[in-house]
Design a protein around this ligand. Structure first.
Ligand code: PLP
Length: 382
């Protein structure tokens, strides 16, 4: 299988798998226990905290371990809003946020909050002019660092400055950016920043929320004061150890890996345009992640193209959701103003640490026949 779905989940690094295994076999204590076994678990957690902090240039004390991106986004948005006393009752999120942030905003909506959606331009980047029209009584905003579907990088530092001028707080979901581009929590100045283990070569079910020193936060899970009272629950020590090592390794190869991924991405884009000169690459003019290509192949519906590629041993992600036979365009592409007939033909290719040049060349060789098969299988009316 040629795996080009690294934005969905990227393989665990072998060193990380070994560290998790060693921890499972050897570290038995509860990190809250005072005896020596407990202290060994605590020490493993604190080492990981420093490793995660280093990846995003935060302070270890700002790192709260959570179960992944979805929980981190919920803890920041819901826990942040609750801690602010829910007055005023208004939050604003970019229209292209991940479902995890939309879901957290829905929780707030169910609790009586007004939720604004901030528009993006045709390149998938937050519309700065529209931002100025955001209601002045907004207390919390969410703008992701890089979009999971298009890779478009958002002007987070600028939005943080805007939010702070207005007396609002900012959540930055950096789940897709971390490990692919430099992430500097202090320079971005977001109040809350989220990363997830399984997007950086670590395990699924482990992530971190970085809470700036003065940012308010009410815990969603109340327990015995774990994570400085910010997240109750016995720490997932093996998962945290894996996340920490993945963060350290991602930081150490970042520069080299960014250059390598960019070259693979550019090679893939050239192959796409050669197989389908009418293909449209979304967010191509935006600053983008080095690893993501979101392309629409006119006349080949996303589901048909995904299956045609899968049948040829290539794993990608559909840029449109398929539910009971009907295809719905992605809300991200719709927010960018991509016409429906093009949006339902979108495919996301995402390269990663295990991708090689020869894999991309194999994809280039197979794309024309996959496209032909997908076009033949696509109903005339999409
Ligand atoms: N945020 C973004 C931008 C993502 O891409 C994802 C996962 O795809 C998440 C949040 C959710 O992370 P997790 O799968 O760790 O819950």
């Amino acid at each position: 299988m040629i795996y080009l779905d690294h934005n969905a989940s990227t393989p665990v690094r072998p060193e990380v798998a070994a560290a998790i295994r060693a921890c499972l076999e050897d570290v038995h204590g509860n990190a809250s226990s005072l005896h020596r076994e407990g202290q060994r678990a605590r020490s493993a957690v604190e080492t990981a905290r420093a490793q995660v902090a280093a990846l995003v240039k935060a302070r270890p004390s700002e790192v709260v371990f959570v179960s992944g991106g979805t929980e981190g986004d919920h803890l920041a948005l819901v826990g942040g809003a609750w801690a602010m006393g829910s007055d005023p009752h208004r939050v604003a999120i970019s229209a292209i946020e991940h479902h995890a942030v939309h879901g957290a905003a829905e929780v707030l909506h169910d609790h009586g909050f007004a939720v604004e959606h901030l528009p993006v331009d045709a390149n998938g980047v937050l519309d700065r002019e529209a931002l100025e029209r955001m209601p002045v009584d907004t207390s919390l905003m969410a703008v992701m660092l890089a979009n999971n579907e298009t890779g478009a990088i958002q002007p987070v530092a600028e939005v943080a400055a805007f939010a702070h001028r207005r007396g609002a707080r900012l959540l930055c979901d950096a789940v897709q950016a971390a490990g692919k581009v430099p992430v500097d929590a202090a320079a971005l100045d977001a109040d809350y920043l989220v990363i997830s283990g399984h997007k950086i070569g670590g395990p699924k079910g482990a992530g971190a929320l970085i809470v700036r020193r003065d940012a308010p936060l009410a815990p969603l899970f109340r327990g015995s004061g774990h994570e400085g009272g910010r997240r109750g629950g016995t720490e997932n020590v093996p998962g945290i150890v894996g996340l920490g090592l993945a963060a350290e390794l991602a930081a150490s190869d970042l520069e080299q890996e960014t250059a390598r991924l960019t070259a693979l991405r550019d090679r893939l884009e050239a192959a796409i345009l050669s197989a389908a000169p009418d293909a449209v690459i979304h967010a191509r003019r935006a600053p983008r992640l080095p690893n993501t290509v979101n392309a629409s192949f006119p006349g080949a519906r996303s589901d048909a193209m995904l299956m045609a590629l899968d049948a040829r041993g290539i794993a990608v992600s559909a840029g449109a959701a398929c539910a009971s036979g009907a295809v719905e365009p992605s809300p991200v592409l719709s927010a960018m103003g991509v016409p429906r007939e093009l949006a339902v033909c979108a495919i996301r290719f995402s390269v990663g640490r295990t991708t090689t040049t020869s894999e991309i060349d194999r994809v280039a060789a197979l794309l024309p026949e996959a496209l032909q098969a997908a076009r033949a299988a696509t109903p005339v009316v999409a």
